[in-house]
Write a new protein. Sequence first.
Length: 293
Amino acid sequence: MLATGGNVMLNAASRVDGDVQAAGSVTLQQGSVLNGGVVQNSIPSVTPVPEAADAVEEGTLLVAAGATLVLPAGDYHASSLTVQLGGTLLAEGAVKIWVDGAVVLGGQVMPDSGKSNDLWIIATGSQDFHINSQAQVMAVVDAPLANAVVDSQLVGCLTAKSATINSNGKVAKDLSLGVSSAEAAAPTLVPVDEEGGTAKIGKVLAMPNPMLSKGNQSIYVQMLNDADSLEFCIYGKAMAEVAKWQASGMRGPWISVPVPAKMNLPNGTYMLLVRARKGNSSCGKAVPLVVLR
């Protein structure tokens, strides 16, 4: 859901999948897409979430290009938050981050659970909240005093003073919260240890999930040890294989593998199987994958 205390603007080639509620107007330019209900001139609840008394002080929180910051479950307070293009912020468990100043998200920002409500970014100030081009964000964003500018993909929900969704910007509700039956049915393949080594992987995340457009998607794999190669398979109805690709030279603890840009799956729910191989050993994990275009 997208809720603002002011206006919402969807520029050409932008998209919102979910409901929109605004105290002001909701404007859709030609070429924009809104899949959901619209309520205008109705004041939504945009009060900030109260800060936890025992939040860990982080000061200026910066994740540089090529760096990965893993935040364990808990509450955090920062004077500003920046994730540069090529940087990754990963929430390990339920995480809330209160930010007094500017928030600029240009890289990967996500919870390791693959569920947006396990990562809250709460901007308490009035500086603009930016989701830059090429960013991939899965989170609950609560910025009631800030103007939100979305140039890329946000999966979760957004509350702000006002919101502008620019060309190629997308806001989508987190369908993974509604596919628990598929997740429960997803097979988890236990490690097979054979002579020559042991391959072990932990969690598997598709980001964004749902996939919203061609390209600009990645699969994140938690490596419990190094692997010689990773194999990715996507299965559709009747477990028919619809896509397959490989990557090699994998080193942990978390690795990111882009989805081939040429892959263009129709809307639906699929099963993503990731198999790690090391010597004569292999280990596989399967997770549900939603495609929404």
